[in-house]
Design a protein around this ligand. Sequence first.
Ligand code: FAD
Ligand code: UDP
Length: 370
Amino acid sequence: MFDYMIVGAGFAGSVMAERLASVHGKKVLIVEKRPHIGGNAYDHYNDDGVLVHKYGPHIFHTNSQDVFDYLSRFTEWRPYMHRVLASVDGQLMPIPINLTTLNQYFGLNLTSFDVEQFLAKLAEKREAIRTSEDVVLSKVGRELYEKFFRNYTRKQWGLDPSELDATVIARIPVRTNRDDRYFSDKYQVMPKHGYTRMFERMLDHPNIKILLNTDYHEVKDVIPYREMIFTGPVDEYFDYCYGKLPYRSLNFRHETHSQEKFQEAPVVNFPNEYPYTRCTEFKYLTGQEHPKTSVVYEYPTAEGDPYYPVPRPENAELYRKYEALAKDTPGVHFVGRLATYKYYNMDQVVAQALTLCTKIIGVRRRELLD
Ligand code: FAD
Ligand code: UDP
């Protein structure tokens, strides 16, 4: 008899398994339908020996000391500041938009003292900041919106920025200095030996058993357990009884090139050309030295594995119905990006799982992490 059946071996499922086994002495079974652990953060060495992220680039960043300290139990880190260039009008320019981007795009020589006034002239007044369009227009105006954001967003989401919550594009700041880092968080690091190695160490506990290549439907009535932790799509759990929650998917095109370096930056974004949104060269992220190099192109699509919840009011409303059902389902806990329909980064999922652990075990955060 297992105490918990945990559906999914991504961050949500793995953190739950690790804490319930280590702190609470519970016996857990993780059931994962893919042939590997790690969820979307899974990485592996490809046929040429280059470390790649199977489901697109995963860069770790957080402001949470708790999350950073917790994961540090299972991995050493490599400092890594992520940088992205956007391909606009045949030029590569830093994104998030910063002083360098503005000078390059407009052919100017502004200093950081001039930028605020310059942007104020470009910015459009908005009554309220509700949508992603409002966010950009109110900060940098229409021209930069059209060149850097509008088409990228339409490609990525199949929706106009005016149809998406403000929170989507608000992920990308606008900077008045020359800081060209993609993220501003206190901790910006990559697991030194990769994500999968980190997950292996998390799950290496005598109370944790893992069943790969198995959909939980196949075993839920056969293997006895007391409670379930569910990290898959919440609408799927309830047989889509209120209709499907929209998720955005991606097709990945992985390529390996017989050269040491492929592009000028870890990621190049293509807002306006091509059906793909961005190209990532993994060696920048992993620090691996290798005579060859591997890249991945991301092609957004409506069909396929659910990767992104789509943040907009009607979806939030539909999710609230599933959330109410979830709350009314005794013995099943829902956690993670798909099960709570939240556009969460890895660190936010870890934090969410730690919070759920404190509730289940009945301890404070400090006791959970001591
Ligand atoms: P998942 O990793 O999706 O894990 C859920 C698991 O449940 C999956 O392995 C799935 O196979 C399994 N499952 C589902 N249904 C069933 C079933 N019926 N039976 C058995 N198993 C099932 N975050 C960052 O912080 N930085 C980044 O740079 C970043 N980049 C990203 C890039 C892309 C392209 C994507 C898609 C996401 C990115 N993220 C990034 C977000 C990150 O992937 C998630 O926050 C995190 O992986 C979510 O973990 P999770 O455990 O909630 O879900
Ligand atoms: N975005 C954009 N242009 C860019 C980069 C991002 O319009 O060059 C918008 C787009 O809507 C994207 C969102 O900002 O989906 C969030 O970008 P982020 O890089 O955080 O997306 P993720 O890594 O989660 O795919």
